[in-house]
Design a protein around this ligand. Sequence first.
Ligand code: ACO
Length: 331
Amino acid sequence: MIAKYEAKISGTGHYVPKKILNNFDLEKIVDTSDEWIRTRTGMFERRIAAEDEAVSDMAYHATLDALEMAGIKPKDLDMIIVGTISGDHPFPATACVLQKRLGIKNFPAFDISAGCTGWIYAANVAKQYIENGIAKNILVIGAETLSKITNYKDRNTCVLFGDGAGATIISRAEKKDISRFIDSEITADGTYYELLVQHAGGSRMPASHETVDKNLHTVYMEGNKIFKLAIKSMYSVCDTVLKRNKMDVKSIDWLITHQANLRIIEALGKKMKIDENKVIVNIEKYGNTSAATIPIALDEAVREGKVRKGDIVLMASFGAGLTSGSLLIRF
Ligand code: ACO
């Protein structure tokens, strides 16, 4: 398709719940230690949603900040896409719940299930709708409350996840704008889907007393098998967009990857041979917030004045599916 228009990120926002769960708190819950978690993952704190706080609530707060930065109102939106695997309900889409809360209607609103790659997948879809001229302002969110589907008796998973939401407004770029989407790549390898799965609650294994008793409605993950695949797949999607645009790592001002494990981020940075000062990391504060990690990190970096107008930013993620994706932009 020849693009009629170009897309850009015109606003960002994020929200994290107030409650903090740190490594020392986790030591009291499962057989783990601050030392193990820090050295194996780089994490220290994560945020945990309140009992009455769902994905759409967090997404709503993040959205208000993103709209303000973009200088638009909810009525200016013409699509909402939410990347999540822990939405308010199995159905309807959390995007529709958010649409109601924002007081707007009569345009498409849907969720994308791509695990931690959810926001990149959603941004990739939004890019197409901006480029073909169908939409002008799309609200693209990555938001999760993984704490609600985490088994706090399983030390392999419960130390990793936190809750949060990141919102972005993806808009049509004007001719005079320097901000632009340069390229994006998304892919998946379903042969590995069983490595990261919520077994119960769907049609394969409907919810029952037994599934709840056995904690089958919580995240199951074979983390060490995913570890190497994560580095390989993120490297591949980054390499694809850089090569396709005849760019190399020296042209990148900032690399923002999914925050699943500091060792994964460092190994990817080393493989890409990127200056470590260009790699944005906030895993110590929030842990793995799945689809929300990249839009949260992007918003923080923008508001801290690190990422500035015109900077080249490469973003990459991987997650349940196993999915992976990259997004290359001039902010
Ligand atoms: N505290 C103490 N010990 C632990 C803990 C813990 N919290 N968790 C595991 N261990 C133990 C294991 O039982 C094992 O013990 P053993 O040797 O006696 O059997 C030992 O530590 C090593 O376990 P590994 O699983 O091999 O540890 P690893 O170094 O691989 O770290 C981790 C585990 C952090 C999960 C890592 O593999 C990882 O980050 N993987 C990638 C996860 C990921 O990115 N998933 C995709 C995104 S998530 C999404 O899409 C929702």
